[in-house]
Design a protein around this ligand. Structure first.
Ligand SMILES: [Zn+2]
Length: 232
């Protein structure tokens, strides 16, 4: 089911629209215009599997990327994430003046988890064409596979695809670490956010590796749901 700020738009009642359409005629005009504008310029949100693209039927010119299923990807990516996270934690301790005994509350950690997830997915989307400000950019959550995603429903160059995958790792995990190392300042929270985001980026790192290993730089990629296709 699709959602925007006006509520369900497919297979459900347009609750907020009804107010404008039935009772407040001028408001209806403004609301409709705003809604069209909203749909034309902003990303969409989706709850469930990565949505399929009905307009994309890969013909013989497209090759299928050899990639794991969502669960297998999580399984393979987890040890990679643990290794990268340990490396980031180690670097925070070694290259910044890290305090001896950091203290953090459970509620703070949970709040940070939500914040990191949202910012992480928004950074993916910011590398999409139009910086994510188009209906082709879809932010989503797939609870049964423990997956959050920023999906682009269109063609992408290979290098942009890899940049989309790795940008949250660079911006949230690596840049703060570099700044702290150069300025010789530190923060337990910055170190936590940086390290935890590295763990969250494990499937992104695996995906970037798979794409770089199988697909030449001159290729174009497109997703059909979870599946990735490419062609020269
Ligand atoms: Zn990610």
């Amino acid at each position: 089911m699709w959602f925007n700020t006006l509520g369900p738009t497919r297979g459900g009642a347009l609750v907020l629209d009804c107010v404008g359409i039935d009772f407040i005629r001028p408001a209806r005009v403004n609301l409709s215009r705003w809604r069209l504008q909203y749909r034309a310029t902003f990303m969409r949100f989706h709850f469930g599997p990565i949505p399929s693209s009905p307009d994309f039927v890969p013909d013989a010119s497209w090759r299928s990327l050899r990639e794991p299923t969502p669960w297998l990807a999580q399984l393979i990516a987890f040890p990679i994430g643990v290794f990268v996270t340990a490396l980031v934690v180690f670097l925070w301790i070694i290259v910044t003046p890290f305090p001896e005994a950091p203290t953090m509350s459970i509620s703070g950690i949970l709040l940070a988890f939500v914040g990191i997830t949202v910012v992480h997915e928004l950074i993916h989307a910011m590398v999409h064409p139009h910086m994510g400000r188009s209906p082709k950019s879809i932010l989503g959550c797939w609870p049964s596979r423990l997956v959050f995603y920023a999906h682009f429903d269109g063609e992408l160059t290979r290098n942009r695809f890899v940049a989309i995958l790795l940008m949250p790792l660079l911006i949230i995990s690596i840049v703060p670490l570099l700044i702290a190392a150069v300025a010789q300042v530190t923060s337990v929270w910055a170190a936590f956010v940086s390290s935890f985001n590295a763990l969250m980026a494990c499937v992104d790192i695996l995906g970037a590796g798979i794409v770089l290993f199988q697909i030449p730089a001159s290729a174009t990629l497109r997703n059909q749901g979870w599946k990735t296709y490419w062609r020269i």
